[in-house]
Write a protein that binds this ligand. Sequence first.
Ligand SMILES: Cc1cc2nc3c(=O)[nH]c(=O)nc-3n(C[C@H](O)[C@H](O)[C@H](O)COP(=O)(O)OP(=O)(O)OC[C@H]3O[C@@H](n4cnc5c(N)ncnc54)[C@H](O)[C@@H]3O)c2cc1C
Length: 516
Amino acid sequence: MSRCTAHASSNTPDVNSVVIVGGGTSGWMCAAAIARIAPPDTRITLIESDDIGVIGVGEATIPTLMEFNDFLGLKEQDVLRECQGTFKLGIDFVDWLEKGQRYFHPFGFYGRDTPEFSFHQLWLRLKFMADTGNVASDTAGDISDYNLCTVAARAGRFAPPQGGADTILSTMRYAYHLDSARYGQMLRRYAQQRNVERIEGLVSTVETDQNSGLLCGVTLDSGQTISGDLFIDCSGFRSLLIGDAMNSEFIDWAHYLPCDRAIAIQTAMNGEPVPYTRATADDAGWRWRIPLQTRMGNGHVYCSEFMDQNEALERLLAGTEGEPLTDPLPLKFRTGHRKTFWNKNCVAIGLAGGFIEPLESTSIHLAQMGIQRLVNLWPGRGCNQSEIAQYNQLMTADYERLRDFIVLHYNATNRTDTPFWQYVKEMRIPDSLAAKLDIFKSSGRIIASPEDLFTPHSWLAVMLGQGVSPQRYDRLVERVPREALIKNMQMLRTAVIKTAASLPTHQDYINRYCAS
Ligand SMILES: Cc1cc2nc3c(=O)[nH]c(=O)nc-3n(C[C@H](O)[C@H](O)[C@H](O)COP(=O)(O)OP(=O)(O)OC[C@H]3O[C@@H](n4cnc5c(N)ncnc54)[C@H](O)[C@@H]3O)c2cc1C
């Protein structure tokens, strides 16, 4: 880090020029969004280094990415065609509760909630009736039977939501599996067409104003200095600006989320792509499978304290199908986030700001949230300290809520077969998660914040899937007469099965709509 005197006061300047360091998915998402909203005379520069490259993983998304693409005006069909995209209805979790067991976390809804009570309370009541011999044992079935995404995913079928709120098909929700490199290129074209200047080069020093501590420029190893008013750190795990230059403390979550390594490999497609991600628990972590149109992304996320790289690679290869198309790519990471995402005139977006490990594919979403909030609080007339504080508070809350959701997957398990699973089962969990679990266990209720990315339906799927069972159901559902409950639930199950069977196969839908 070196010193400059460009801004002699502690007030931040009007933003006439923006410097983005990093051209991974976060950098180009940022460049595209800023190019879309900034006044036309704003100079936007993105610096990336071909020598360093991008992390090159991150292919499963969640439904919110559609909002980002809509904001840019990108058409779904174009994105999917260009990025070899497939549809993702949720995640198939294998061996998480115990070996041989699986459950599905869908994006879509279970049944239909009413203003008085959640749908799952009806199901719980029926299940209690079945468990106590008051109705035939198969009357309630599995909660998944009432979820179209799950039933369709298992049958390899797909269609987007359609119809009014009273139709089963309206309960579908989906996201994408995308080739992240191609998505980055698409955003790069978008940004460059809107006058974002791309500079290839390695940032070697970051210049700070001696008096104010504001960033004022970055110098490349070629000697060129690029100055700016606002700096966006998209440098990935290197965290060049917010970490190295601004010294923002790193809040380390290794205690809750101990996985710190991954190996990724792409293989040729064996058969048709399924409309879901698969996450299979392993001895010291888990393995992913993400199907694109013509290839499969595979990876093994593990904890280096309990497994070495050779064993992790062996286990990854043993679990893949199809010819390898790339060399295995080993990756190191740490879980947690910067205490301040935005400090003075520097904002960290993407991995530079934090990482909660890839289970549930939330990282691109967190970059998107960072960008969306920055756009909402755009500091055109300089950075305002109250807005910066608000931004940091909202981003921290996002990270903490997502952390709790991910920790749930590890901690609520019956597995004790390896030291890793013994650790995560016994570890201390955040108080916020412990409270949520207590409430669910005692009343079946799910307390959700409106800001929660994962809805109560997601919490329900994972809590039940991970073996967390409520002791009671909400008595409000006793207003529904017993016979009506049995009949309506049966009708709903049948309608879900029929609707799923009427959908095209995932492959047919891709062929017709967005084949690459
Ligand atoms: C194992 C694993 C699996 C993942 N899976 C998913 C997933 O399924 N879904 C999901 O949403 N997310 C996933 N992620 C996260 C996802 O990969 C990232 O969120 C996404 O790729 C964005 O990364 P980034 O742009 O922040 O950083 P990077 O891709 O690392 O980009 C950093 C950029 O900074 C540049 N740079 C760095 N230092 C310098 C320098 N000195 N000078 C100039 N340029 C520099 C690099 O050249 C590069 O352009 C996963 C992450 C990991 C580790």
